[in-house]
Design a protein around this ligand. Structure first.
Ligand code: SAH
Ligand code: F3S
Length: 478
């Protein structure tokens, strides 16, 4: 109530209320990055961010469809938003953004009656117009998928405010069509963002004190800028466009050269598209972190084939060997799915032995969740009973915890450069930062400050965190 009076901006003809928006994001890093683009678009319309749903004029939820559970979480949140709307804030507009909006489209408005606004991942520029429609008493929807939209010119409003690390999106959509995955349907065809706009965003971040960027895409290694739209149309590009095209390795090098103090991460690499050129660039530049997230999904070639991943167990092992040869000190993490259609006990054992071979530093592991309209849903049978999926999941989680612990223990006694991100959540006397390997490190603050690079000697660890002490305040350049 008070904020309304305070937020009144006066102009001679009209007194315009600054409107308040609340945004909640679920799912992949790309969704969090998209919410920053949405916020930027809406700020231009006079919206400011609030953390209080009760006082928001607009409540947005940026959704994920990757597993059924993610969708259930959204529905629960929407019911909660609606209860607030009905009890306390009748004029509040509730909108669904992202993958679930794209997947369910008009059904959100017609059947569920939980929302006023449905906007797919490529339609955020249309938000001002759609909001106008809602204000005019209509329900509004835009779920058009684009072959060109990359939001290249929009400067994201940074919502994750540590002021040190930021996401920079470089591609949108995915053409890989893994048989289990809903993303190609919810995020559309793959397209790459103009490298100039990426470099400018990185430089701007650096000028504003940021020290680390994470380049985002469903499949960053397949980045290809040729001045055109969707990657699938590259063949139709002119000779000039083809010759001056820029791939992921070249983009990485351009960003690495901006400044040695700007650290670079990227996610996600699909094993099918990662090239030796990229691996060599990582090894060449100290400010490109020695860490690759390389989702494998299964250790069995039979299952990988059914998943349409485009590589076999042997191809994946070859890639790992190449990475370890070129970058001996490289951390590797994975995503893994258990209980995919027809997965046998032997297939599962192959997953476990692959894990023993790679000894991943981290892992994100999931039970297979059948998604509507995917090839797996149409052509295969989700025939592994829930208890077996769960038992296999527990086995791989236990193995991964063991590997994570062993990898962390090897770091005890060693010295690592750490970029300080924030005060530790457990104690305000301590800082939290990360090493090149993406290991979390907690240590006493000393004379350092957030955003500094410091050298930390590791003294102790758990499977998730290293503990140590600062031994020097220098940033190394070699
Ligand atoms: N682009 C990434 C994956 C994006 S989705 C890649 O290259 O693999 C993130 C992770 O969710 C996937 O790696 C996969 O492990 C998991 N996932 C996707 N669809 C799933 C499904 N239907 N059931 C269970 N897990 C799934
Ligand atoms: Fe999904 Fe495979 Fe693309 S997991 S996001 S279709 S690389």
């Amino acid at each position: 109530m008070f904020a309304e009076t305070l937020n009144l901006t006066q102009s001679k003809d009209s007194a315009t209320l600054i409107k308040r928006m609340y945004i909640e994001s679920y799912g992949c890093q790309m969704n969090f990055s998209d919410s920053e683009i949405v916020t930027s678009i809406l700020e231009k319309e006079g919206y400011t961010n609030t953390n209080e749903i009760e006082h928001a004029d607009l409540v947005l939820i940026n959704t994920c469809s990757i597993r059924e559970k993610a969708e259930q979480t959204t529905r629960k949140r929407l019911e909660y938003f609606n209860s607030i709307k009905n009890k306390k804030n009748k004029n509040m507009i509730v909108g669904v953004l992202g993958c679930m909006a794209e997947r369910l489209k008009k059904r959100f408005l017609d059947e569920e009656k939980l929302v006023d606004l449905v906007v797919g991942p490529d339609s955020y520029r249309d938000l001002p117009l759609l909001l106008q429609q809602v204000n005019d008493g209509k329900k509004a929807i835009n779920v058009f998928l684009s072959l060109e939209e990359t939001y290249a010119d929009i400067k994201p409003t940074r919502l994750m405010k540590n002021g040190v690390t930021a996401f920079v999106s470089i591609t949108r959509g995915c053409d890989n069509m893994c048989s289990f995955c809903v993303v190609p349907f919810t995020r559309g065809r793959e397209r790459s963002r103009n490298p100039k706009s990426i470099i400018n965003e990185c430089k701007d971040l650096l000028d504003n004190g940021y020290k680390e960027v994470t380049l985002l895409g469903q499949n960053v290694d397949s980045y290809l800028w040729y001045g055109g739209g969707a990657k699938k149309d590259f063949n139709k590009a002119s000779k000039d466009q083809k010759e001056s095209s820029i791939n992921f390795a070249q983009l990485l090098e351009m960003i690495a050269k901006i400044d040695i103090k700007l650290r670079i991460r990227f996610s996600t690499s699909n094993p099918q598209d990662m090239s030796i050129e990229v691996i060599k660039i990582i090894s060449k530049y100290k400010n490109i972190c020695n860490y690759i997230h390389l989702p494998v999904q299964s250790g069995s070639s039979n299952i990988l084939k059914l998943m349409n991943r485009g590589y076999s167990r042997e191809d994946y092992i070859n890639l790992i060997d190449q990475i370890k040869k070129e970058i001996p000190d490289c951390a590797i993490s994975m995503d893994m799915i258990t209980g995919f259609c027809s997965e046998t006990e032997e297939d599962h054992q192959e997953t476990l032995t692959l894990m023993d071979y790679v000894k991943y530093d981290y892992g994100y592991m999931f039970k297979y969740s059948e998604r509507p309209n995917t090839t797996a849903e149409k052509k295969l049978t989700d025939n592994i009973p829930e208890n077996i999926k769960q038992r296999r999941l527990t086995e791989i989680i236990n193995k991964q915890s063991q590997h994570s612990l062993e990898n962390m223990q090897k770091k005890v006694g060693k010295i690592y450069e750490v970029l300080i991100e924030r005060t530790s959540k457990k104690s305000k006397e301590y800082f939290f930062g990360r090493t090149t390997h993406n290991s979390s490190v907690v240590f006493e603050k000393g004379d350092a400050k957030i955003g500094d690079y410091v050298m930390v000697k590791v003294e102790n660890c758990t499977s998730a965190t290293l503990f140590g002490k600062i031994i020097s305040y220098e940033h190394t350049t070699s």
